[in-house]
Design a protein around this ligand. Structure first.
Ligand SMILES: CC(C)(COP(=O)(O)OP(=O)(O)OC[C@H]1O[C@@H](n2cnc3c(N)ncnc32)[C@H](O)[C@@H]1OP(=O)(O)O)[C@@H](O)C(=O)NCCC(=O)NCCS
Length: 191
């Protein structure tokens, strides 16, 4: 017996799986066939479209629509009013329901307020997408990106701090003390 909580104004369609200790706030709509993990927080006026998969501890801030084709791993943060898409070339008179493109958001990644994610891309784990960015390409793990079209301006730790790499390519997160290495392939956490 699941122990999630939903405000009385929330609508949860049949066929959803919602994990323990997840909270769903005012006027939100969870559509059929969704899988939502444990300890998630689904804010106000959120729509989770059919078949969407959210991992554990995902936070969805107010006014976000998570469309079919989106997958969010554990610990993803979706900032207020950020926007997903699932059709690259929509036309009202042409049905593209069978052609939804996927958007994959890796573990621990953050999407800033009002950012827009063009479908068909992968946002790497712990990447941080700045407020208002428009993402048009795949984003590397731990990348910090801003702007329209978004451009990478640095790297961030799992705690969301800028990583300043020394000449040997090592950096330490000032909050967690975790160590990172920058190679030609990108950033990895080493301890
Ligand atoms: C992207 C972000 C993490 C950068 O923070 P930061 O590392 O402290 O960066 P700074 O403020 O030092 O800015 C560095 C540069 O990037 C620019 N910049 C910062 N955020 C930007 C953004 N969202 N879009 C475009 N440019 C941005 C700054 O203007 C600055 O440019 P400059 O070097 O030409 O002066 C932060 O600005 C941001 O957008 N956070 C998301 C907040 C959010 O949406 N929260 C949601 C929950 S409330």
């Amino acid at each position: 017996m699941a122990t999630y909580q939903a405000h009385e104004t929330a609508i949860i369609d049949p066929g959803c799986s919602i994990g323990d200790d997840t909270r769903i706030w005012h006027f939100s709509h969870i559509m059929t066939g969704c899988t939502i993990g444990q300890q998630c927080n689904i804010g106000q006026n959120v729509v989770i479209s059919p078949q969407v998969v959210l991992g554990n501890r995902v936070k969805v801030q107010n006014n976000v629509s998570v469309y079919t084709g989106v997958i969010c791993e554990d610990d993803v943060f979706l900032g207020p009013s950020c926007v997903f898409t699932n059709v690259a070339n929509p036309r009202s008179a042409v049905s593209r329901k069978e052609q939804y493109q996927q958007t994959y958001v890796g573990r621990g990644a953050t999407i800033g307020a009002n950012a827009t994610i063009i479908c068909g891309h992968k946002i790497g784990e712990y990447a941080l997408i700045g407020a208002g960015a428009v993402v048009t390409k795949d984003i590397q793990p731990y990348a910090l990106v801003v702007g329209n079209p978004s451009r990478q301006i640095g790297w961030v730790s799992e705690y969301g701090h800028r990583l300043e790499f020394d000449k040997e390519g090592f950096a330490v997160c000032p909050e967690s003390g975790q160590h990172y290495r920058l190679t030609g392939k990108g950033v990895v956490r080493i301890q």
